[in-house]
Every structure is written in C-alpha cells, then in structure tokens.
Design a protein around this ligand. Structure first.
Ligand code: PLP
Length: 427
C-alpha cells in the first residue's frame, strides 16, 4: 500500500479499520488534559474498561459467599483457571490441555526448568541469546549453579555479528550444531524485548531437539502479539507474562505451556503442590502426589482469583477479536509507523535509525529506534508532549503501536511531535 504522511490519509486508514472501535474500550492516561499516544503496550498494556466488572464480580462473590465462593460463585474459584484453556489455546496455538495460568513469568520458567533442565556431566549446556532479558539471565545463571555448574562453562550465548543489531537464524543453527551433544536446553525469548526481532520458533525448536535438547521459549513479548502454533511446532515448554500485550494489569499472572508429549511422563522432576494434583481427588488430602495429566499438573498453589479476573477479561477480549484480525492491523500500523519515521528522518536528516528487522516475518508490533543525537532529552520531550515511549540504554526508544488501541492518526501526530522535538533540539 502507498502511504501518505498526512492527517487525512491517517484518518482514512482509521475509518477503514475494523478494530477501531476497541480504542474506546481502553482507559488512556492524559497529559495536560490530552489523551496520550501510548507506545508502551509492550511493557504494560492499557486497562480495558471491562476489566473492573470482572474484579468487582470476585469482590462481590467474596463478600456474599465467603468460603462458599470456591464452589458456588458464578465463576467458581476452585477451577477458575479452566476458563482460560479454550481462549488462551487459540491465542498461542495449543491444545486446551497444554496451557494454564499461574504465578508470574520468571517463577514459571524456573518451575519449568526444574523439569526440562536436568543436566548430566556430558550434557549440561544452555543456549540463549546474547543480551537476553536480565531476569532470564539471572534465572539461567542460578539454575546452572543450582546443578553445580559454572555459568561460564554451561551458558552459551548466540551473538550478533559485529555491526549488526539482530541475530541471524543461520548463526542460531550453527551454534546448536557446535554445542551438539553437550546441549541440554535451548531457551530464547520468542520476540526480543530490545530490538523486537521475532525468532523462527519452529525451525529453532526442531534443530535443538534434533541435537537431543529440550527447547523452551520465553514468550513475554510474543503472547498476544504474534501468531504461534506451539503444539504443531512441537515446542517442549513456554511461559509468558500477561501484563504486556495482554493487558491484564501490573505484575499479573503468567501463562504456561507444556506440550502434550510430556503430560504422561511422571519421571520428569517437578516442584509440586496440591493444585497440580488429580482434580477429582484434590480434596481427599491424600499423601501421594498424582499430577493432573496436562499443563495444570505444574500448578502449585490455589490461584489468586483477584489477579486472574483481569487476565480473564483480557483473554475473552482477544478471543472476540481473534489473532488474525489483530495481526492484520498490527502489520499495517507498524508499517505505517515505519513509513512515518522514514519521512521524518528525511526532514531532520539522519537523526535516527530503526534497528528492528525490516523483513515482515522477523518483526511484529515494535519498532526500536536508535537515536544518533542526544536521546535522553528527546525522550523527555516526547513524554512532556504526551507521547509515552520507553527508553533503553544506551540510546534506544521502543515504540509499540498496539493494534487494539493505537490509531493511525496517533502515528501521524507522533511524527509531527517527533519532528518538532528533534528540530528544537538541534537549535
Ligand atoms: C517482561 C519480561 C520478563 C518479566 O518477568 P517477570 O517475572 O514477569 O517480572 C521476563 N522475560 C522477558 C523476556 C520479558 O520481556
């Protein structure tokens, strides 16, 4: 499509946008009385207006029913998490029995590593991407030490080539080959948080498994953002948080995927608790653990219903919209933002560079922009002008034009504000 950097053109795109009505379903912050342009849905998604009713429902049930709410609430609490299986399985491409929700992301990856990182003296290495999200780095280091290995020996990072911003698939596959029979686990972020690069989950999973390793994915920036078929791709396990693209609220619950092929493997080590126990027999309080044959077999505690309620509101909204429609708008609005950035860059003469891959298959809803001038003050300028972006050292702003609530006119307005900001800094 030929784009134009004009307000009229942006408004025409909005008029044709089938998801436009969802914009009104969200609360936006205001700066100087004006609704902001929100680019940080990859960090904390906006609050859907319908969420409050889901929380109020739990509060009312608790007030009226107290302990009886476990069984007699409209949405009983004892199996509340089962409401996620059908809609969530469509969002991440799994069988319903392969997903559940519990805890938070890093904790879940730890729990899953207990099952899927079981090193031996010969096969003990973990392959991850260079500059992985800090929490993942700390987690992997601590797991390696827990098993008596040193991070320097056991952790292998896939590096970017000098002068390049993104990791090449061929380099991932070469590294898997190189580590070969020493490889115990491949654990990578499906969408890189810094550059927005989307990895080829299917190809990497197959290569890792062919080398004899388990392959798991941190899908923090992928869930609700990219199309996935975790079941068909034969991924061993994955987890994601729900407060980024999935709009469930700060620090909220995590989703977990465990492939069906592992459900009946009772020899896999795991850290267990009563909510992972056979459902029919859970309240018999038996001494011997009998795991649910599904992702729910990795549950530990009874669930924080007040935090699942907003996640359920969000999952039901995603189900209503459907990933295909979301992805269609995502690609169009991200390309429009890219176009606007290039137009502005021509006017301000090479002030910045987009480091996210240009290849549509390798990116989703994020453009990371490396600023060549003084970046931090430009970032502050944008904030004051009502554009919420985020800042990453050394000089990167990340922009996520989230398709559920960002408009094409937002992109146009952002371009104008950015241009003024850069020109006023150059004076
Ligand atoms: C956001 C994010 C996390 C956050 O982990 P929490 O346990 O939810 O604090 C972890 N990993 C990646 C890749 C992330 O983007």
């Amino acid at each position: 499509m030929e784009f134009l950097n004009t307000r009229e053109f942006a408004q025409q795109l909005d008029a044709k946008d089938k998801l436009a009505k969802y914009r009104d379903e969200f609360h936006f912050p205001h700066v100087n009385g004006k609704q902001v342009i929100y680019f940080t849905g990859n960090s904390l998604g906006l609050q859907p207006k319908r969420t409050k009713a889901y929380i109020d429902e739990v509060m009312d049930d608790w007030a009226k029913l107290a302990v009886e709410g476990h069984f007699y609430a409209d949405k009983p609490w004892w199996d509340y998490q089962e409401r996620f299986a059908a809609p969530l399985s469509k969002i991440v491409g799994t069988l319903p029995s392969e997903v559940t929700v519990m805890n938070t992301l890093t904790i879940n990856l730890h729990l899953l590593m207990v099952s899927f990182y079981t090193p031996t003296p010969k096969r003990f290495k973990i392959l991850c991407e260079e500059k992985a999200f800090p929490s993942d780095q700390y987690m992997i280091q601590s797991q390696v030490r827990l098993h008596g290995f040193e991070p320097e020996d056991a952790i292998v990072e896939i590096k970017r080539r000098p002068g390049e911003h993104n990791i090449r698939l061929e380099d991932v596959l070469a590294k898997i080959d190189e580590v070969g029979s020493e490889l115990a686990l491949v654990l990578i972020g499906g969408v890189n948080y810094y550059t927005g690069q989307v990895f080829d989950i299917e190809t990497i999973t197959k290569a890792g498994q062919d080398a004899g390793a388990y392959v798991g994915w941190d899908l923090a920036h992928a869930a609700g953002n990219i199309a996935m078929e975790l079941h068909n791709w034969n991924v061993d396990f994955a987890a994601w948080c729900s407060y980024k693209y999935m709009n469930s609220g700060p620090g909220n619950a995590s989703g977990v995927f465990v492939h069906e092929m592992h459900h009946n493997d009772l020899d896999l080590p795991r850290l267990s608790g009563w909510w992972g126990h056979n459902k029919e027999r859970r309240f018999l309080m038996e001494p011997k653990f009998d795991p649910v044959r599904g992702a729910e077999g990795w549950q530990v505690s009874n669930l924080p219903i007040l935090s699942l309620a907003p996640y359920l509101a969000s999952v039901e909204m995603f189900d209503e919209v459907g990933m295909p429609a979301l992805i269609q708008k995502r690609d169009c609005i991200t390309s429009y933002l890219e176009f606007i950035l290039h137009e502005i860059d021509k006017e301000v003469k090479g002030h910045f560079e987009i480091i996210t891959p240009t290849e549509p298959k390798e990116r989703a809803c994020q453009l990371s922009v490396f600023l060549h001038g003084e970046g931090r003050s430009l970032f502050d300028y944008l904030m004051k002008a009502g554009v919420i972006t985020d800042w990453r050292e050394p000089n990167v702003i990340r922009l996520a034009p989230v398709p559920l609530y960002c408009s094409y006119e937002d992109m146009y307005n952002f371009g104008q504000i950015l241009k003024e900001g850069i020109l006023s800094h150059k004076k």
